[in-house]
Design a binder for this molecule. Structure first.
Ligand code: NAG
Ligand code: NAG
Ligand code: NAG
Ligand code: NAG
Ligand code: NAG
Ligand code: NAG
Length: 334
């Protein structure tokens, strides 16, 4: 933490100085996000460099787990628990099941009109007079069927012992909260947890303008919503659209928050193609397109052990004295 604080001060100094001195020789500081995520590979086919997403169906391939033995999920769960048990105080492992919502009316309109016409004209409208996708597009009947197929696949893997998520995060968009509900409501009693920062690329497209808080609360009774959530959508605007690197930064900031506050090991996130892409960028996973209704399991760790100045964890401030080990065991089946 000392290192990070010192760097933060250096940035402030730079900002201040550059206002006074804008010489071409001025050397700017670096910009970076202080958290270092690592994807644990060797577990899922989606992490393999040879993975081909075209035509791949995660639901009929046991979610992509490479181990196809009968005990695969208990092996997997044991392995993840072992990683966490043996990790030092500055490292944690989480399995993140990141899902894309089922087909929405905006997806239907985009395939009807084609991506160029969608992007430069139709996405800025709310409707074509027949179907309506803005604001806050909802699921089509096909999207509902896709979410129910994901629900059925989870039930099937549940028979094989898949570790279920302990926390269900969602984008605030209706197509995401509906997909979450259809996927989980008859498997888990957990209610969703709505995170504004899991919403799709902000701006321009009307389908990405979210509903009012009261509409979201009414549709999702008992769900948790961040205290900072505003009644109206104050982030969306009709002129500018957020770019991938900006979105990746906010997704990473949200991951930092989740890693800092949520001790769950198995986490589900229901969001959007842009969020999944940003998530891949944020954690350093190879990028590929995920179909509507699809999802990807990713094992992410947050290792800080290589930093000479370590992040001071809350536990350390509280004088935790757990022993530290830096050995990472290999998966038992390798
Ligand atoms: C990926 O799979 C699709 C469909 O099977 C195939 O057409 C395509 O050539 C593959 N791409 C690569 C790079 O192997
Ligand atoms: C993992 O699965 C294999 C095959 O079913 C089994 O032989 C092995 O004992 C399992 N390992 C663990 C650690 O459970
Ligand atoms: C209206 O949209 C539906 C899909 O929701 C489509 O099947 C139908 O062909 C459309 N009608 C017209 C007149 O475009
Ligand atoms: C899911 O939606 C149904 C209505 O469609 C509702 O009764 C139920 O409370 C919802 N479940 C959750 C977990 O919000
Ligand atoms: C939000 O709520 C206001 C009333 O408070 C209403 O006029 C408006 O149409 C709502 N907007 C959306 C996007 O739901
Ligand atoms: C980030 O983590 C990787 C993998 O543990 C390590 O090789 C790298 O040195 C780390 N970078 C920093 C800045 O800690």
């Amino acid at each position: 933490m000392i290192g990070v604080v010192a760097l933060a001060l250096a940035v402030l100094t730079t900002t201040h100085a550059s206002g006074l001195w804008t010489d071409n020789n001025w050397v700017n500081g670096k910009t970076f996000s202080p958290t270092n995520y690592t994807v644990v590979t060797g577990l899922f086919v989606q992490d393999e460099p040879t993975f081909n997403a075209t035509g791949y169906n995660v639901l009929t391939d046991g979610f992509g787990l490479l181990d196809k033995s009968a005990k695969r999920w208990s092996n997997f769960t044991d392995y993840i628990h072992r990683l966490n048990r043996e990790a030092d105080d500055y490292t944690t492992y989480k399995v993140i099941y990141i899902a894309r919502h089922g087909e929405g009316y905006h997806n239907q309109a985009e395939s009807t009109y084609g991506t160029p016409a969608w992007n430069c004209y139709w996405s800025l409208q709310n409707t074509d007079g027949n179907i309506t996708w803005g604001p806050d597009a909802v699921l089509t009947p096909n999207g509902v069927a896709q979410a129910l197929a994901v629900n059925a696949a989870w039930k099937e893997q549940q028979q094989a012992g898949v570790p279920l998520p302990q926390k269900l995060y969602s984008s605030p968009m209706r197509r995401s909260t509906s997909t979450l509900n259809l996927t989980w409501s008859d498997i888990l009693l957990n209610k969703g947890y709505i995170k504004e920062m899991f919403r799709e690329s902000i701006g321009l497209h009307t389908c990405d303008q979210r509903s009012n808080l009261s509409i979201i609360q009414e549709a999702n009774p008992g769900w948790q919503i961040d205290k900072s959530f505003t009644f109206h959508d104050e982030l969306w605007n009709p002129i500018y659209e957020e770019q991938l690197n900006q979105q990746a930064l906010r997704v990473r900031m949200l991951l930092n928050e989740i890693f800092a506050t949520d001790p769950s090991t198995f986490i589900s996130i229901t969001a959007h193609s842009g969020v999944i892409n940003s998530f891949f960028v944020a954690v350093g996973h190879q990028r590929f397109g995920v179909q509507t209704g699809g999802f990807v399991p990713v094992v992410v760790s947050w290792p800080q052990r290589d930093m000479s100045f370590r992040i001071t964890k809350t536990a350390e401030l509280m004088r935790s004295d757990r022993s530290r080990q830096s050995h990472i065991p290999q998966p038992p089946w390798q």
